[in-house]
Design a protein around this ligand. Structure first.
Ligand SMILES: *[C@@H]1O[C@H](CO)[C@@H](O)[C@H](O)[C@H]1NC(C)=O
Ligand SMILES: *[C@@H]1O[C@H](CO)[C@@H](O)[C@H](O)[C@H]1NC(C)=O
Ligand SMILES: *[C@@H]1O[C@H](CO)[C@@H](O)[C@H](O)[C@H]1NC(C)=O
Length: 460
């Protein structure tokens, strides 16, 4: 408990500092999950949209290569130097640490010189294709928050596909195609993300932008998350509220940025010329020095903290939810159907907390998402009227919690949390009509009184 409070405070700091960065940490605004506020009842927790920080996700993945023995060096072999394809006396030897290029080197710290990298065996079996699948698995749904960046130590491949899975590797969809010639390789017209728009943002494209040959100095391939965000959040992602609103209401968009696994399918190494030089096949191989994947655990806006324990990522669920993604209500908190938290209303969002089960006769009422309306209240058990938790339902302006479902408001106020002046809603708040509301409010509340059979629930 103390730990999670501490982490909330820590998260607040992250939020504050991200505001000061020239390029904001994407989605930083929502790192806050709950905060203490002061009311007549003293200090209480207020719950709101929350999600874990965006972080370097390569620390938490498992990597798998196909074919499994494709890494160079077993047996040792020679290959041609990067940048000088005719200097072919470099050696890869898996049994000598200085000469080995295992897959882990794609995820180690870069910035060292010379850089460390994974390298495949050379294309000695040409013309049989040299193909490698690199699968990155998190065993957890994660949401990407920044571009995927792959740095090749040798030339960028002539053909490759980036794929994603949303079901732990059972099914795969392409994310983006990369080729020196899209039409020839994939029968697709070449496009760039900049050719897309809000309406076509989910289109899967083939790009030639990152596939120039062997001898150039460009080493990097992007999968452009930020350019896609920018269709909603504007250049430099200034208007994140607009993106959040869109993500909240468009499941397809949310799913687009969500993965459990990524797969890099290397289909043809950099050749750099039209023809493969069959006399120097040791020129052709794949080598990757770095892969960047930034994202966050998907916790359905029900957790600020995601822990890595026992090689597994798990959301520390709040709002009385549970499951690896906080995807359901805890036992005894099934008073209404589970639903994800919401970014809306901006900026605080809605927690959509799970509420205690109502042990009434028959099934619990089918409540709407967020808060049910007053007519669905009618089916709840009057005997439960006093089951209330002001931490769950934070009534404002002197309203009192009713049945953990909504607040009973003083006459002048309305809204699920009594957050609105009744006269405002009616458009009748004149300069002198502050107390213009009728005593004891609307017919709906009177109806409620009758249904509950209580003598005076509206005494404030
Ligand atoms: C890579 O994965 C695809 C899709 O499952 C498969 O068809 C292909 O044979 C794999 N390639 C290698 C080299 O394992
Ligand atoms: C969840 O339930 C526990 C009791 O089991 C309660 O103490 C806590 O306040 C609840 N939290 C939320 C956010 O509803
Ligand atoms: C209230 O909820 C009920 C049942 O879900 C629905 O039929 C009704 O149209 C809703 N009324 C309003 C005013 O939203």
């Amino acid at each position: 408990m103390y730990l999670s409070r501490f982490l909330s405070i820590h998260a607040l700091w992250v939020t504050v500092s991200s505001v000061m960065q020239p390029y904001p940490l994407v989605w930083g605004h929502y790192d806050l999950c709950k905060t203490q506020i002061y009311t007549e009842e003293g200090k209480v927790w207020d719950y709101m949209a929350c999600q874990p920080e965006s972080t370097d996700m390569t620390k938490y993945l498992k990597v798998k290569l196909d074919p499994p023995d494709i890494t160079c060096g077993d047996p040792p072999e020679t290959f041609c130097a990067m940048g000088n394809p005719y200097m072919c006396n470099n050696e890869c030897d898996a049994s000598t640490p200085e000469l080995a290029h295992p897959p882990e080197l794609m995820f180690d710290f870069e910035g060292r010189h010379p850089s460390t990298f994974w390298q495949s065996a050379t294309w000695k079996e040409y013309p049989k294709p040299l193909q490698v699948n690199i699968t990155l698995s998190w065993s957890k749904t994660i949401e990407l928050t920044d571009n995927i960046v792959i740095t090749f130590e040798s030339g960028r491949p002539d053909q490759m596909i980036l794929e994603k899975s949303l079901d732990y590797g059972r099914t795969w969809q392409p994310y983006q195609y990369y080729a020196t010639d899209c039409l020839d390789a994939f029968h697709m017209d070449p496009k760039s993300v900049k050719d897309l728009s809000q309406h076509t943002v989910l289109e899967i494209i083939c790009t030639e932008e990152y596939s120039t040959g062997y001898t150039t100095n460009s080493k990097i391939i992007h999968f452009e998350i930020k350019d896609r965000f920018a269709f909603f959040a504007g250049p430099r992602l200034r208007n994140m509220a607009s993106l959040y609103g869109q993500l909240d209401t468009t499941k397809k968009l949310r799913d687009f940025f969500t993965v459990t696994d990524l797969r890099i399918r290397l289909l043809r190494p950099a050749v750099g010329e039209i023809f493969v030089d069959e006399l120097h096949l040791a020129r052709y191989f794949y080598a990757i020095s770095d892969i960047k994947v930034r994202g966050r655990c998907k916790c359905n806006l029900h957790a600020t903290v995601c822990v890595y324990d026992n090689s597994k990522l798990t959301c520390e669920c709040e709002h009385n939810t549970t499951g690896p993604d906080c995807g359901k209500c805890k036992k005894n908190y099934q008073g209404r159907p589970w639903s994800p938290g919401s970014y809306l209303p901006i900026p605080k969002g809605t927690a959509n907390t799970c509420i205690p089960s109502i042990s009434s006769i028959g099934n619990p009422p089918k409540f709407n998402r967020i808060w049910p309306n007053i007519s669905s209240l009618e089916v709840s058990n009057p005997k439960q009227a006093n089951v209330c938790d002001n931490e769950l339902l934070h009534c404002q302006n002197g309203g009192t919690c009713h049945n953990n479902v909504r607040c009973l408001c003083p006459a002048a106020y309305t809204g699920i949390l009594c957050e609105k002046l009744r006269c405002e809603e009616a458009g009748s708040c004149g300069s002198d009509s502050g107390q213009g509301a009728p005593p004891y409010g609307s017919p709906a509340l009177l109806l409620l009184t009758t249904l509950l059979g209580t003598a005076s629930p509206l005494v404030f």
